[in-house]
Design a protein around this ligand. Structure first.
Ligand code: MG
Ligand code: MG
Ligand code: MG
Length: 306
C-alpha cells in the first residue's frame, strides 16, 4: 500500500465534496503528503459551472478503493463510500456532517466541525498549516460555501462560514460573492435531464435503525421551474427507488428565494415521515423554512425511527 493517497468525496458528488477534494489535496501536498483528488462521479451542472468559471479540472473518478489509502472529505458514512471501502486504509476525515460509521485500524487525522461547509474547515486548515490557497481554488472554495449555505441563508450557516467566504473572495478577487452565487444557482436550477438523474443528482442513503432511507434534494431559484408533469415523473422515480430496497425515498425541492421546501415522498410508513418533518398529512407538502437536509430533515427522521 504505497503511492499517492486518494482524497475522496461522497457518492453523487456535490460542489462541496468535489472542491473539498481539490482543496484538501492542495493542503496535504503543501504539507508534503502525496495526495490525489478523486470523486465518485462526474460533476453535476452546478459544479461544472464552478470548475469552468475558475479553470479547474474535475478530480478523477474513482469508484473502487480496495488496497488504497484514503482521506475522506465531506462525509464519514459507509453508505456514501465505495462498496469496497472496507478493504481500504482510512487516513483521515475532513467533514461537517453528523459523525458516520466508518472506522479505522490505525490512528487517523480528523477535522470535523459543525460549520456550514467542508471548505470552511479547509480554509481554516490552510491558515493553521500555513499553506497557500491559489486564487482559482479560493474562488471554487467560495462557491462551495455559497452552495452549501445557500447564499448564507441556510440554518447551517455559521460566522466561520461568513468569515471564510470573505477571506476566500479576497484571495480570488471576487468583488460580489452574492452575484456569483446567483449565477451558480442559475446553473444548478437546470432541470433539463431525465427524472431519475434529477432525483439522484444530490441523493444520499441513510441507515436509520435498520431502515434504508434515501433523501434527494434539489435547490432551485424557483419551484415554478418544476412543471406538474415533471413533478409526476419525479414521484414515479421515488416510487421506483423505494422498490429498490428502501423503506422511504424522499425528494426535497427547495425554493431558495422563498426559503422553504416542497416534499415529495414514497414510503412504507408515510405517517411517520410526515409527522417527523411536520408536513401536512394531505395536500401540498410545503415545509416552510426547511433548507437543510443535514440539519432539518435527517435528524428528525433519525429520531422518529429510533
Ligand atoms: Mg456534500
Ligand atoms: Mg458539504
Ligand atoms: Mg447540499
Amino acid at each position: 500500500m504505497t503511492g499517492s493517497a486518494l482524497v475522496l468525496g461522497h457518492k453523487n458528488p456535490d460542489t462541496d465534496s468535489i472542491v473539498a477534494a481539490l482543496a484538501a489535496t492542495n493542503l496535504y501536498r503543501g504539507r508534503g503528503i502525496d495526495a490525489t483528488a478523486a470523486a465518485q462521479g462526474d460533476p453535476a451542472p452546478e459544479t461544472e459551472f464552478v470548475l469552468k468559471r475558475f479553470g479547474l479540472a474535475a478530480p478523477k473518478v474513482v469508484t473502487s478503493v480496495a488496497g488504497q489509502r484514503v482521506y475522506l472529505v465531506d462525509y464519514s458514512d459507509l453508505a456514501q463510500a465505495p462498496a469496497d471501502f472496507g478493504e481500504a486504509t482510512l487516513l483521515g476525515i475532513i467533514d461537517h456532517h453528523k459523525l458516520g460509521d466508518v472506522t479505522s485500524d490505525a490512528p487517523l487525522e480528523c477535522f470535523i466541525a459543525p460549520y456550514g461547509c467542508s471548505n470552511t474547515i479547509l480554509k481554516r486548515l490552510h491558515d493553521y498549516f500555513k499553506v497557500e490557497i491559489p486564487a482559482p481554488l479560493a474562488g471554487a472554495m467560495l462557491c462551495a460555501i455559497l452552495s452549501d449555505t445557500v447564499l448564507f441563508k441556510s440554518p447551517t450557516c455559521t460566522k466561520a462560514d461568513q468569515e471564510a467566504a470573505a477571506d476566500l473572495a479576497k484571495i480570488a478577487g471576487i468583488a460580489d460573492p452574492t452575484a456569483l452565487g446567483m449565477e451558480m444557482f442559475k446553473a444548478k436550477s437546470n432541470l433539463d435531464a431525465p427524472a431519475r438523474d434529477l432525483v439522484m443528482r444530490d441523493f444520499k442513503d441513510f441507515d436509520m435503525n435498520g431502515r434504508k432511507v434515501g433523501i434527494g434534494q434539489l435547490e432551485l431559484l424557483s419551484l415554478d421551474l418544476v412543471s406538474a408533469d415533471l413533478r409526476q415523473r419525479l414521484q414515479q422515480e421515488l416510487d421506483a427507488l423505494r422498490g429498490e430496497g428502501r423503506h422511504s425515498a424522499l425528494l426535497v425541492l427547495t425554493d431558495i428565494m422563498k426559503e422553504g421546501s416542497l416534499l415529495l415522498l414514497s414510503s412504507d410508513d408515510e405517517g411517520t415521515v410526515l409527522g417527523a418533518l411536520g408536513a401536512p398529512a394531505s395536500g401540498e407538502r410545503w415545509l416552510p423554512g426547511v433548507m437543510s437536509r443535514k440539519k432539518q430533515v435527517v435528524p428528525p427522521l433519525q429520531q422518529a425511527f429510533k
